[in-house]
Design a protein around this ligand. Structure first.
Ligand code: SGN
Ligand code: CA
Length: 533
């Protein structure tokens, strides 16, 4: 451990004594003292680490994230951060409770979060924090544990969105959802009870489907060459047969009007191949002047594309490439607005002398496929969707420029926030505070448990797995198949080695580890193949 880290570790320990960690006294817990750090949790929906420059992935030169990178430069990037279940509501429920999906009861989108259970927000509120959540929530029941909330109903919308109010009413606001979410968050920061520390969750809809940019960003990536992933034309050989049954391919499933933004009424006589199922709900929400800007950008591009398509100039793999570019330009444009708004929050903290005593975290509910394996969407335990961004700045505690390699997961966020606030976590949480990692002391976990339970959309089967630093084992109960990946020799996960000579021991070791984790977390039995449609 170097000198700076020792100092950081010492000041952290002293800080924790002052705050009463371990034998936390009720007085310390309830005092609401100003020294307790504020926590700003900046969160987005479906933001893959590959679309954050600071992660250094293949898109690092095009990812428009100077402000998220600023948090990284001034703090730490967790390069091995993962979710427990790669889907929206479940990830959010895990963050609030520090528990895997089966234990917090929110296993699939569409479930209803039980607001009577323990959450870190409730504990912070009870012990003197001002708490707020603004933006995407997606847990069906209303937020509890927050002094203030204003959330999007369900998935929310990009343009002129409705926000659900604390009195149960719904209000529609003019503008772009990412900007509005931040406006509301900053307004709350300004009007909060300034005698208390605060915890703010500012949760963006973007860059979630339908990947709809702020109108000021239309065309922002037209002159940028976006590199294609090596696995864009994956044929799904040498892995579970469930991969080929997916419904999330840019080639076969990317919707023409909804995803690719080529509306039916623009097409004249040109017939595009399926699918074309969902129409243009976001376009329909726009005002005439907003539509004018949209049309001024997409109109000429679509006209050119349709002419080329009709002339047979864009077909086969080139058509997939065209859709990939359209997808990525839109996706990265939505990221650009998220990043600008992250910058607005950082600037606010600075202008109000709050930066030094505020922990700032940037994260997203899961990862996303940016054309890898030919896909958009998430859900699979493959790296791109399993990884969650986790970038943190905490002056005096996290050394600037840190790249932490420990395996962390969203089960860890709740206990981390509590330790930061000087509080003790309930004993039944599944996660662990990552605060000790900042001082590089002690052992850390060597494996992570993953469980995905959905049955329908995008045709991803239920699957369960374990990941270590180098290997990943996945079990697909619906087909009773195992896949084992050696991430060192096969980082793109193109070939399962579960039956290959030389991997017998590894398979045994990892299946035992998976069983051990399932036992430790009291996971429910695997679904039986015949019980799954
Ligand atoms: C919606 C999307 C899906 C997406 C799920 C889950 N369809 O249903 O493409 O996989 O959300 O996303 S959409 O037509 O509504 O855009 S999640 O982030 O909420 O889990
Ligand atoms: Ca999501």
């Amino acid at each position: 451990m170097n000198r700076t880290l020792i100092c950081l570790a010492m000041s952290l320990c002293c800080g924790m004594q002052l705050l009463g960690v371990g034998g936390t006294s009720a007085a310390a817990q309830d005092s609401g003292t100003a020294q307790r750090p504020n926590i700003v949790f900046l969160f987005s929906d479906d933001h893959a680490v590959n679309a954050i420059s600071a992660y250094g992935g293949p898109l690092k030169d095009v990812a428009p994230t100077p402000n998220i990178d600023r948090i990284a430069r001034q703090g730490a990037v967790f390069v091995n951060s993962f979710c427990a279940n790669s889907i929206c509501g479940p990830s959010r429920a895990t963050i609030l409770t520090g528990k895997h999906s089966h234990a917090n009861g929110f296993m699939r989108n569409g479930n209803k979060f039980d607001p009577n259970q323990w959450t870190f927000a409730k504990q912070l509120q009870r012990t003197g924090y001002s708490t707020a959540v603004i933006g995407k929530w997606h847990l069906s029941s209303n937020p509890v544990g927050f002094d203030h909330w204003e959330v999007l109903p369900g998935q929310g919308n990009y343009y002129n969105p409705v926000f659900l109010q604390m009195d149960g009413s719904k209000k529609k606001f003019d503008g772009y959802v990412t900007d509005l979410t931040t406006d509301k968050a900053l307004r709350w920061l300004d009007s909060r009870d300034k005698s208390k520390p605060f915890m703010l969750m500012c949760q963006h809809k973007a860059p979630h489907r339908t990947f709809s940019p702020a109108l000021r960003h239309l065309g922002a990536f037209d002159d940028v060459t976006i590199p294609e992933p090596d696995t864009l034309f994956d044929q799904y050989a040498n892995r579970s047969r469930t991969l080929a049954a997916n419904e999330m391919e840019i080639d076969r499933h990317f919707d023409w009007a909804y995803d690719a933004k080529v509306r039916q009424d623009e097409r004249g006589d040109v017939k595009l191949p399926a699918p074309d199922r969902y129409g243009t709900p976001e376009y329909n929400r726009m005002t005439p002047s907003q539509r004018e800007k949209w049309d001024a950008y997409y109109g000429p591009h679509n006209k050119q594309f349709l002419a080329d398509y009709a002339a047979g100039k864009v077909k086969g793999k080139d058509l997939v490439r065209w859709k990939y570019r359209r997808y990525m330009r839109n996706y990265l444009s939505t990221v650009k607005a998220v990043d600008e708004n992250v910058g607005r929050v950082l600037d606010y903290l600075e202008a109000n002398d709050l930066s030094d005593n505020t922990v700032v975290i940037y994260s997203s509910d899961q990862g996303f496929f940016l054309g890898e394996h030919g896909w958009y969407d998430k859900r699979w335990m493959f790296e791109e969707s399993f990884r969650m961004p986790f970038v943190i700045r905490w002056p005096g505690h996290v050394k600037p420029g840190t790249r932490a390699k420990q395996l962390i997961q969203n089960i860890d966020y709740a206990p981390t926030f509590l330790e930061m606030a000087g509080l003790t976590s309930p004993a039944n949480l599944h996660g662990k505070s990552i605060v000790p990692i900042f001082s590089e002391s002690g052992d850390w976990r060597k494996s992570l448990y993953y469980a995905y339970y959905e049955l329908g959309e995008h045709a991803v089967p239920q699957h369960f797995g374990v990941r270590t630093e180098r290997h990943k084992l996945i079990y697909f109960p619906t087909t009773n198949e195992w896949n084992l990946f050696d991430l060192k020799t096969d980082p793109n996960e193109m070939r399962s080695v579960h039956t290959e000579p030389g991997y017998e021991l590894k398979f045994k070791e990892l299946s035992a580890e998976l069983a051990r984790l399932r036992n430790q977390f009291k996971a429910p039995p695997y679904p039986r193949p015949k019980s799954v449609p």
